[in-house]
Write a protein that binds this ligand. Structure first.
Ligand code: BES
Ligand code: ZN
Ligand code: ZN
Length: 426
């Protein structure tokens, strides 16, 4: 079987292929026709069509393929089975290296998010994430705290959420310190939600909402991928990573509604919904991050269905009190051709989850804004939450069905943006 060559053309397709057709065909070639201003989207859409048609192997030919067109071809062509092959166009050395890094890191992220929960335990997630980053630098040290040790060391959010599972919960703490000096200040702490399966717990999810919940570790995969790509691109300041990993399951040992969690910073939280578990595990990671006194804190989490309802799968959602920092992220997202959208976060959201038995409850009052109250809950675990903190609600991480641009499953959107941001922070 010969490999199909893919050509790019700014000329419209001959009309026999349809009016303004995206694709035209000859014996051994397919030409993608696009208008210059729609180049990336057209290439991604064309690639998705080729996968849908069952074309398993292609060669990018002709001289107008550049790094971004190769990349957009790949993100459209790739599917969860990863059974397609591309022979790449010739790129300069720098672009070739960048493409190689993206293929390794962003595909890693898509694969681990797609992976069934049965084979990806909290400990596996923590271990594999540390391993990915170790591939890009020897200037890292890390520690995984898991199971009963979490309780002994007072990580009560992660411990409580995870205790209903036979598989121990885990906290990964990873330090990337290229200066090798333990006194070097930390520029940024990254915190990721790593729920390896979210059944909802006793506030059980209906099947149609539960089936995609193996992807509830997408925030952990995103921050891990972002740090790996930032290192591959040469970031030279100190960054720490915290992954809060647990299963959220039902059993005789699972946490229950009405249970109260006391955190290391003294705050108490009444569990009024076991399905709002992400904020409970993230709180432990954020307390650690905050105690490190970094210049910046960024957390990523598939935290709410509300963010998805607001922006669909087409944007990652950004929530922050800090306009300047938020705009820096949006500038990075533009530079990297990834879509983010800012959602509201205001002081009044911080008092919309009262409890009669504890400092706060873990879910918002009826008719409040789900993504905003979830972010506001997290702000209670950061002292100076008004500045230098971004929260990403990962609405674009996983698609339950395919679109014209994306296969079903994980997208990897956001890794480039965060890696870009990590490289510009000071
Ligand atoms: N992991 C879910 C959020 C989610 C749902 C992400 C669908 C992606 C797709 C989270 O743990 C959750 O269940 N959140 C609840 C919070 C509520 C109980 C306050 C939600 O959004 O419904
Ligand atoms: Zn949940
Ligand atoms: Zn969840």
């Amino acid at each position: 079987m010969s490999t199909l060559s893919i050509l790019l053309s700014e000329k419209t397709a001959p009309s026999k292929w349809g009016k303004d057709a995206l694709l035209s065909f000859s014996e051994d070639t397919v030409t993608i026709h696009y208008q210059p201003e729609h180049r990336h989207g057209a290439i991604q859409r064309a690639a998705r069509k080729l996968d849908n048609q069952g074309i398993k192997s292609v060669k990018l030919s002709g001289d107008n393929w550049d790094l971004e067109s190769c990349w957009h071809f790949w993100i459209g062509y790739r599917n969860a089975k990863n059974n397609n092959k591309v022979s790449w166009a010739k790129l300069n050395k720098k672009d070739k290296q960048e493409l190689k890094n993206r293929l390794a890191i962003i595909d890693w992220c898509r694969d681990i998010v797609n992976q069934q929960a049965e084979t990806l335990s909290p400990l596996e997630l923590a271990t594999q994430s540390a391993k990915l980053i170790s591939n890009y630098s020897s200037d890292i040290s890390y520690n995984i705290i898991s199971g009963e040790a979490l309780k002994e060391q007072d990580y009560m959010g992660i411990y409580t959420v995870g205790k209903g599972s036979d598989r121990p919960a885990a906290l990964l703490e990873l330090d990337y310190n290229p200066t090798k000096n333990p006194k070097t200040p930390i520029i940024a702490c990254l915190v990721g939600k790593g729920i390896t399966f979210d059944s909802g717990g006793y506030s059980l999810k209906p099947s149609s909402f539960m089936e995609s919940m193996r992807s509830d570790m997408g925030g952990a995969a995103l921050v891990t991928g972002a740090l790996a790509l930032a290192i591959a691109r040469g970031v030279n300041h100190r960054i720490k990573l915290y992954l809060c990993c647990a299963d959220n399951l039902v059993s005789g040992n699972a946490f229950k509604l009405g249970d109260i969690i006391r955190y290391r910073n003294g705050k108490t939280v009444e569990v009024d919904n076991t399905d709002a578990e992400g904020r409970l595990v993230l709180a432990d990671g954020l307390i650690n991050a905050d105690n490190d006194n970094p210049h910046y804190i960024i957390d990523c989490a598939t935290l709410t269905g509300a963010a998805k309802i607001a922006v669909g799968n087409d944007y990652q959602s950004l929530l922050s009190f800090d306009d300047k920092f938020a705009n820096q992220l949006l500038a990075s997202s533009q530079a990297e051709h990834e879509a983010f959208w800012r959602l509201p976060l205001a002081d009044f959201h911080r008092s919309q989850f009262p409890s009669s038995f504890a400092d706060m409850a873990n879910s918002g009052l009826p008719n409040t804004a789900g993504a905003s109250t979830a972010a506001a809950f997290l702000s209670h675990f950061i002292k100076n939450y008004k500045q230098n903190w971004l929260h990403i609600d990962c609405s674009a991480t996983f698609r339950k069905s395919a679109t014209a641009l994306w296969a079903t499953g994980a997208t990897g959107i956001g890794i480039r943006t965060l890696a870009n941001l990590l490289n510009v922070l000071k």
